[in-house]
Design a protein around this ligand. Structure first.
Ligand code: ZN
Length: 457
């Protein structure tokens, strides 16, 4: 825990609200000051580009990015002269893929050595697979990243960052795990309710909804799974919710079932946003419900294991070259996500590539004893009314543990059904143990993991 965190923890909630608001003034300036508005205008303008114009745009921006890259220790050291030439010719496929490990072990090797911006901002990925990865940003890059969210996510969903909103994120807003509430803090500057993702229980649900009413919240954004859990409590307990214009989910995969439950509970449309802490790519859902990549944030490739590009509809690994952040360039960066392109253009008319589905994380793949690999394995929980939360842990090739937080009515027949579903997918040889638990622990940043694999690569 940092020193600031421990001071925050020692304050009473009312003073924590003031602290959050004072921090909010600084944070607001940091993000929406300076050249923020011009970024917003540029994003709105570029939305009208044709595919050809997008290609030209990416080629030009890639030139800028490569000049930056060649001023960093890492690319200077690792790129051969042929690779430098390939970069100059915008021949991405001839450049090496970038794993997370070199960044993790030495993030400053990736920053430009010829400039020294102030302040430098650091953001950390959650590090679900190991040590968090440090990304280093300039203030202008932060504003840029907010502008794309306002223009291509909030605006497409019919809302705005200037309207009161509530957020579920990894922030530890309520440090006491056994707190009797409130389970949120209020930033008066941005009229933003920060919800705790760590205190959602049947008995706390109504107080989350009370906060929405009290602060006249108009839209919500954040962890998909937190909204899903809250939505289930709302429906179960028939809690009356105030009118909400839209919910934009982030960070975790939004399944069709989650979307439908959240829409039903909050009586508003749910939009999915696909991005990462590194801001290596950005995709958001348009009014037609399709997930568009923003080509000005990153050049996205979806690749087969042999490195060739996937056909539309074919699931492959997401690799991205981040055009927005040039101070710490990530070129052909392996995100660890699996996705596929949509073969059909979107009727909204925007000529920005459409992702059909973000299937999951590479580390979420479950492997059968015969070597078959499966993503979306948590589909075994679909249509199971007595399961509130479920998690699959692959202990070994022949052993699966399923953790279940039960709903009322859960009994032996549900355990038999879950076991049967696992065996249907992986074969009868696999031993399944079902553990009924009170809760499923979140990652340090509050995220829910549907699948955990203990297999080594
Ligand atoms: Zn569209």
């Amino acid at each position: 825990m940092s020193k600031t965190d421990s001071i925050y923890k020692s304050l009473p909630p009312a003073i924590q609200n003031i602290a959050v608001s004072i921090y909010g003034i600084y944070w607001h300036w940091l993000r929406f000051g300076g050249n923020y508005v011009s970024f917003e205008n540029q994003y709105a303008q570029r939305e009208k580009l044709t595919q050809r114009e997008w290609n030209d745009y990416q080629r030009n921006q890639f030139k800028v990015l490569c000049l930056s890259a060649l001023r960093t220790t890492y690319y200077k050291r690792t790129w051969s002269s042929n690779e430098v030439k390939a970069a100059e010719n915008f021949d991405l496929s001839a450049l090496p893929l970038l794993d997370k490990n070199p960044i993790r072990s030495n993030p400053t090797d990736f920053v430009r050595t010829d400039v020294n911006p102030f302040p430098k901002l650091k953001f950390y990925t959650s590090g679900s697979t190991g040590t968090p990865l440090t990304t280093i940003w300039t203030i202008s890059e932060l504003r840029d990243s907010l502008a794309v969210r306002q223009t291509r996510s909030a605006k497409w969903a019919g809302v705005s960052y200037s309207l009161p909103r509530a957020t579920f994120s990894g922030r530890m807003v309520e440090p006491d795990p056994d707190s009797k509430g409130p389970y949120y803090r209020f930033n008066a500057v941005e009229r933003q309710v920060y919800f705790s993702a760590f205190h959602l229980k049947p008995e706390t649900a109504s107080s989350y909804i009370e906060a929405l009413k009290k602060h006249k919240i108009e839209w919500m954004t954040g962890y998909a799974n937190s909204f899903y859990i809250l939505a289930k409590f709302v429906l179960d307990q028939k809690i009356i919710v105030p009118p909400i214009k839209a919910i934009i989910t982030t960070s975790e995969k939004l399944t069709a079932e989650m979307r439908s439950v959240i829409q039903q509970a909050f009586n508003c449309r749910v939009f999915e946003e696909y991005s990462t802490v590194e801001n290596a790519l950005f995709a958001s859902e348009c009014e037609q419900g399709r997930l568009h990549i923003s080509p000005d944030v990153g050049i996205v490739e979806i690749l087969r294991p042999d490195g060739s590009p996937c056909e539309p509809g074919e699931v492959g690994e997401v690799v991205t070259t981040c055009l927005m952040r040039t101070y710490q360039p990530f070129i052909r960066y392996r995100l660890g996500d699996l996705a596929c392109w949509d073969p059909d253009p979107c009727p909204c008319g925007r000529q920005m590539p459409v992702i059909k589905e973000v299937v999951g994380r590479i580390e979420d793949v479950v492997v059968g004893p015969d070597g078959r690999q499966m993503v979306r394995f948590h589909g075994i929980f679909t249509g199971q009314p007595h399961i509130r939360e479920g998690q699959i842990i692959q202990e070994s090739l022949s052993q699966i543990t399923v953790k279940i937080v039960p709903e009322k009515g859960f009994d032996q027949s549900d355990i038999i059904e879950i076991t049967k579903r696992v065996n249907q997918r992986l074969g009868e040889r696999v031993k399944v143990s079902v553990d009924v638990v009170d809760s499923i622990p979140r990652t340090r940043s509050g995220k829910f993991k549907a699948v955990i694999s203990k297999l080594s690569n």
